[in-house]
Design a protein around this ligand. Structure first.
Ligand SMILES: Nc1ncnc2c1ncn2[C@@H]1O[C@H](COP(=O)(O)OP(=O)(O)OP(=O)(O)O)[C@@H](O)[C@H]1O
Length: 246
């Protein structure tokens, strides 16, 4: 069986006196495309922060690539695109090349750096924008540049927190297709945080429904085929049938 690259056991998390996460247990295997869904305030970002080691683990165990998260040295293996990545204003004084270079974690010479940046931009079809100012691009284009920055050091796992906020629906579809390509062709394991269960089930291999605890972890197709009422229970929140044609 494939070894999990992330393993979470018995995780609990509180802010002040409020329990945000409880009895969290799941594995992420190499090559998976995981959709992490849940209503507002269900703890998705907190869980991601724990996986990234940004938030201190209070109770339970998390291992990343076989190491306890407290001792894990990332070295570019886990990469992250945050919720508000695509919000640069017009005129922001940085080129696409400069933004993507920030993602290079190893010491490289100038030529290697340029090649890495170009290749990462090519993966997201943005290589022709390399010398443009980041602020002059649309939200969807900026988001692609941030993906390039996140993959420029060849991560094994890429975590994206609501990356399609502010991106129009047509570009959202393109964006999910791009993620699917990165997963299948480059073999990058993905965790995609989203509100839009209907849109992501087509692309993800595993669905994780979170609302304080994990209510469902499994095949997205099996989840979609359940009656609405049962799905609402598993999602931990009322859910409408949202189907998207692809
Ligand atoms: N640093 C913090 N201190 C105190 N409470 C926090 C902190 N961060 C988050 N919370 C609270 O924890 C709960 C879960 O927040 P979190 O951001 O993890 O949820 P989420 O599922 O990502 O929400 P959303 O979908 O709205 O982004 C919320 O009630 C939030 O107000």
């Amino acid at each position: 069986m494939t070894q999990p690259i992330i393993s979470v056991r018995g995780v609990q998390h509180r802010y002040d006196r409020q329990t945000i996460l409880k009895d969290i247990k799941f594995d992420i295997v190499e090559g998976a495309f995981v959709g992490l869904v849940g209503p507002n305030g269900s703890g998705k970002t907190t869980l991601i922060k724990l996986l990234l080691g940004i938030e201190k683990l209070q109770k339970g165990q998390i291992t990343a690539f076989g190491h306890p998260i407290q001792k894990f040295k990332n070295k570019g293996r886990i990469s992250y695109v945050s919720q508000k990545a695509n919000s640069f204003n017009r005129g922001f004084p940085a080129t696409v090349k400069e933004v993507v270079s920030i993602g290079i974690v190893s010491k490289e010479n100038k030529q290697t750096k340029e090649n890495l940046v170009y290749n990462a931009l090519k993966q997201v079809n943005m290589e022709s924008y390399i010398d443009r100012n980041i602020g002059d691009l649309s939200g969807g284009q900026q988001q692609r540049v941030f993906i390039a920055r996140a993959i420029v050091s060849n991560p094994k796992l890429l975590i994206l927190d609501e990356p399609t906020v502010g991106v129009d629906s047509e570009n959202v579809e393109h964006f999910y297709r791009l993620l699917s390509k990165l997963n299948k062709e480059l073999g990058i394991t993905l965790v995609l945080v989203s509100h839009d269960i209907g849109a992501i089930t087509t692309y993800v291999t595993d669905l994780l429904c979170l609302n304080k605890t994990i209510h469902y972890h499994g095949d997205p197709g099996d989840f979609e085929n359940m009656p609405d009422e049962q799905r609402s229970k598993l999602y931990g929140h009322r859910i409408h049938t949202i189907t998207h044609d692809h």
